[in-house]
Design a protein around this ligand. Structure first.
Ligand SMILES: *Cc1c(COP(=O)(O)O)cnc(C)c1O
Length: 465
């Protein structure tokens, strides 16, 4: 399988190069040159496979000859051995609605589904092809711990994660700083999350430094993350359809950077019988406004009870735009240039019809999040996390929709407690964190301080730069 950039400026590359590249060298996002098709016979045959076996079948055409089947089987086995539920992403019934629990991984958030896989793909490719990777990222909480859990203890990989000192929740901070593997480097900065992002961006823009120290990112634009997320859409369909290719399924997806729901869109393009895909946003509702006929114009980011979705411009939306404009990179570039120039993106009337055919959308306020957590708990005894509550609330008139549950409620117990007066019991991976040993350095929020720390850490480790 070959991969292309949404902006047309990357020579076609295979799966391995696409994963190691992350963001396209032309600033675009990578996509498979053709979307593999899954026919009715395969849908039927695969409908009773477990998550891992299904993942192998679905991923093989995308991976091509980059990873032999037996190696892919082992790699997927390793990736999901860290999950605490034997089904990996169990589908549970909550009253009349179905909830797909994506939070059974080692950090209790849905990002584990993709990052456990990505960590193993990185380790596999580096062991085979040689080289090193030093991952650098900034987090406001959730992504950092899932990224660390994805690569801890892996050869040839180090990870440096910046978080704003004292500004992430104690549990989230401990999820990162209690990981004591020698290849994990937590950095608390004396500043905000925005300072962290600015520093990381600055270091990536220092091309000499980036190349010399093999810096890589682990953010939501890596193709392998989308690939891993396709699997649970097929898995949920298999559980509900019992193999009937005429059965159509719908999903409600709490959306931030558009990676999760884009995987659902791609599953549909592959041939999964999907009826509706519902984009559920919080108060940061640029996508909901756009899909329901308004302008695509970014505003200020608002803080909400569902912080992992506090995003205005969703980075993965560009992957969808590529399909919306008929797989024409020049048209993608023109739309992005106009957005840059005017702050607003215009699409044609015909594209608007396509967009409305592809997605439904709804925005949910903080008050509605709390109401939904309360209602679901009172009626069914099930505790939703505030992100999942956005999806369940958006789908409240659609009993047929499968709602994706993106975090364990115990990760967001402040909101849960506000809604129902009690806290959700923590799963094993969140227990005892406050008593564990931690390791973390505190640095000034400057590029120089972080650059110096990376240099001295790598020099002391003996890794060749
Ligand atoms: C990242 C995240 C989301 C949003 O997913 P996207 O792929 O960015 O749209 C939703 N809920 C939780 C808990 C998350 O961590």
């Amino acid at each position: 399988m070959q991969y292309l950039s949404t902006r047309g400026g990357v020579k076609p590359v295979g799966f391995s190069a696409a994963v190691m590249m992350g963001l396209g060298t032309d600033g675009g996002l990578l996509l498979p040159a053709t979307v593999p098709q899954v026919g009715p016979a395969e849908l039927r045959d695969w409908s009773d496979l477990g998550f891992r076996d299904l993942a192998v079948e679905l991923m093989l055409p995308f991976v091509g000859d980059a990873i032999p089947r037996a190696d892919l089987v082992a790699l997927i086995g390793r990736s999901y051995a860290t999950f605490s539920h034997q089904e990996i992403t169990p589908l549970v019934q909550v009253g009349g609605q179905r909830v797909l629990e994506l939070f059974q991984g080692p950090t209790a958030a849905f990002k584990d589904v993709a990052l456990q896989f990505l960590g193993n793909v990185f380790a596999y490719l580096l062991a085979r092809d040689g080289g090193r990777l030093n991952i650098l990222g900034a987090t406001s909480g959730d992504t950092g711990s899932a990224a660390i859990a994805g690569v801890r203890g892996k050869d040839r990989i180090r990870i440096f994660i910046l978080h704003p000192a004292g500004r992430v929740s104690p549990i989230q901070e401990r999820q990162m700083t209690t990981v004591l593997d020698a290849n994990v480097h937590n950095i608390a900065i004396r500043g905000t999350f925005d300072d962290g992002q600015r520093i990381v961006k600055g270091l990536f823009n220092d091309l000499h430094f980036k190349q010399q120290y093999h810096l890589g990112a682990i953010n939501s634009i890596n193709w392998a993350r989308i690939l891993a997320q396709i699997v649970y859409y097929f898995y949920a369909w298999g559980r509900m359809s019992r193999g009937d290719p005429g059965f159509r399924i719908s999903f409600a997806v709490p959306t931030g950077n558009f990676g999760d729901i884009f995987a659902g869109y791609l599953a549909k393009r592959m041939g999964l019988p999907v009826d509706r895909l519902l984009i559920a946003t919080n108060r940061n509702d640029i996508l909901t406004r756009f899909v329901t006929g308004g302008p695509y114009a970014a505003g200020e980011v608002h803080s909400t009870l569902s912080p992992a979705m506090d995003i205005q411009v969703a980075s993965n939306f560009e992957r969808y735009l590529y399909f919306l404009v008929g797989e024409d990179p020049a048209a993608v570039r023109a739309l992005l240039a106009a957005l840059d120039r005017t702050g607003c993106m215009q699409v044609t009337a015909e594209q608007r019809i396509t967009l409305a055919g592809d997605f439904d959308a709804a925005a949910v306020s903080d008050a509605q999040i709390l109401d939904q957590i309360r209602e679901t708990y009172e009626r069914h005894g099930y505790i939703l996390d505030p992100h999942t509550a956005v999806g369940v609330q958006a789908a409240r008139h659609r009993a047929d929709m499968v709602c994706l549950a993106t975090a364990h409620p115990a990760k967001f117990n402040d909101a849960v407690h506000r809604a129902i007066g009690i806290q959700a019991p923590p799963p094993p991976c969140l227990r005892g964190l406050l008593e564990k040993e931690t390791r973390c350095v505190l640095l000034d929020a400057t590029e120089e301080a972080v650059r110096g720390h990376i240099r001295s850490t790598l020099a002391a480790s003996g890794d060749r730069p």
